[in-house]
Ligand binder design. Structure first.
Ligand SMILES: [Zn+2]
Length: 125
């Protein structure tokens, strides 16, 4: 998957970022700062201006768009549980999910710079 600057802008414009304490509290228990469902990103308040996290979650939004909501979750959970059976570790299982590998691998330094300098749709709520 290739994402360029305008893809990121498009994704930012369709994505809703939600910092809802009870959900981020649960995420923190699993050492996670954010989780994406379709175009909804539940994100720790402290990470709302963190370009790494925003980019990572936007890659997931695009993956949902590419595969469809249900298929994304099926592929995700299948790989997660397969990894968990092998490794018995939450973190290792998480890193067995191809969607995560893709999201972590994804870097676009142009966009980083753009994101931090232009303060584009930085996320109400
Ligand atoms: Zn992820």
């Amino acid at each position: 998957m290739e994402l360029n600057k305008s893809d990121y802008i498009r994704l930012l414009n369709v994505t809703k970022f939600i910092s809802f304490k009870p959900i981020t509290w649960i995420l923190n228990k699993f050492n996670m700062g954010a989780i994406t469902f379709g175009t909804y990103v539940f994100i720790d308040k402290d990470l709302r201006n963190d370009a790494d996290t925003i980019l990572h979650e936007l890659v997931h939004v695009q993956q949902y768009i590419n595969h469809g909501f249900s298929l994304f979750l099926i592929i995700y959970l299948y790989n997660f549980f397969k990894g968990w059976i092998i490794t018995r570790s939450f973190h290792s299982a998480y890193m067995c999910v191809p969607f995560e590998i893709e999201a972590y691998d994804y870097e676009d330094w142009d966009f980083y710079l753009y994101y931090y300098t232009s303060r584009i749709p930085q996320i109400g709520l």
